[in-house]
Design a binder for this molecule. Structure first.
Ligand code: AHG
Ligand code: MN
Ligand code: MN
Length: 330
């Protein structure tokens, strides 16, 4: 049986009394935007050469960089959804209030429109991440930060799209993690990976080892133990440099992904709200674990919308070992 993402969401939202279609309408804004982005990604490298009249001549617009385009696609598609009151993008300094912030606006949507953008020019996978929070009781429309500064455990849904060898949407509303592959011939995301569970143990670790001299104590001995087979098998390394793609592999194949604190980024490079929280939510829903190195990512109370956090995420075997051997406080 063919199940589209829309059918799946309609079914899932029956678990939320009162959601009555608003959630599926919201998510349809995300699926529409990501289909637009993937269409652009698929033409990356061509559009400058073949750019049709609409792209350049007639409107006199220069070809937009893909991360700007992706941001505008998300903003445009989500602004039209009445159930969304606040939009926050990694690309914008300030959160945006949707025009119709009203009592019916029940959600804030937070996203990284294009993750891994340094990979676009070299045909390597990139992605989009998103996180959905419920409007806190009594939150006003003129105070968007109140909507956004909630710990990740409050997310009502989270997900990502990887624009890879195919385009895949992975999402969770807290009822397991499900993957939908875009069938480009019909333009629909079709359920291809129901109820994803992260393997308890994998074969790969994923970290930018160029920074290893700057890692805090404990990280390198831990990585060495993986390499030397002290967890039973010798691990190999994989690092794409697109967090979504590195996490997607870790979700399906197991293992561990680490972005530790470094000399340039004392708090790690990844952003808590746009990147770490949705990934941590999906990891836990799939049976994995995500920590900042000192605490569960989903417990961190954000104090600013662009704050960063170290992120270490993976299957139970690697993560239990990490927590036991590398600095941890909770
Ligand atoms: P973005 O493209 O949204 O700025 O994010 C890039 C991030 C993330 O995708 C990846 O894990 C990390 O940058 C790679 O950074 P390094 O090159 O420092 O390893
Ligand atoms: Mn990113
Ligand atoms: Mn980005």
């Amino acid at each position: 049986m063919i199940v589209t993402v829309q059918q799946h969401i309609l079914h899932d939202q029956k678990q939320f009394p009162g959601a009555s279609g608003e959630f599926s309408w919201l998510l349809s804004g995300i699926t529409l935007a990501t289909k637009m982005v993937q269409a652009r990604v698929r033409r990356a490298g061509l559009s400058d050469i073949l750019g049709d009249a609409g792209d350049t001549n007639v409107q006199g617009e220069v070809q937009q960089k893909l991360d700007v385009y992706a941001n505008e696609a998300m903003m445009h598609c989500l602004s039209a959804r009445g159930s969304i009151g606040v939009l926050a993008s990694e690309e914008n300094e300030h959160p945006r209030l949707t025009a119709h912030c009203s009592p019916e606006a029940h959600y804030a949507v937070i996203f990284d429109p294009l993750d891994g953008s340094s990979n676009i020019d070299v045909n390597v996978s990139v992605g989009t991440t998103f996180s959905i929070l419920r409007r806190p009781e009594g939150a006003d429309c003129d105070d968007p930060e109140q909507w956004l500064l909630q710990p990740g455990k409050k997310q009502v849904a989270a997900g990502y799209v990887v624009y890879g060898s195919s385009t895949i949407l992975v999402y969770s509303v807290g009822l397991g993690v499900h993957g939908f592959t875009l069938d480009p011939s019909v333009g629909a995301f079709i359920l291809s990976h129901p109820n994803i569970k992260m393997p308890a143990k994998g074969k790969y670790y994923s970290v930018n080892e160029a920074y290893r001299d700057d890692f805090p104590p404990g990280y390198n001995p831990f990585i060495d133990r993986l390499r030397k087979g002290e967890l039973g098998t010798k691990y190999a390394s994989r690092y794409i440099g697109s967090m979504v793609a590195d996490f997607h592999r870790t979700l399906l194949k197991g293992g561990i992904f680490l972005y530790p604190p470094t000399a340039d980024h004392a708090d790690g490079k990844l952003r808590l709200l746009y990147e770490a929280n949705p990934i941590a939510f999906l990891a836990e829903q799939a049976g994995g674990i995500a920590t900042s190195g000192s605490r569960r990512v989903l417990d961190i109370q954000p104090t600013s919308i662009h704050q960063r956090t170290p992120l270490i995420v993976g299957g139970t075997t690697e993560m239990t070992e990490f927590i036991r051997h590398v600095r941890h406080e909770d």
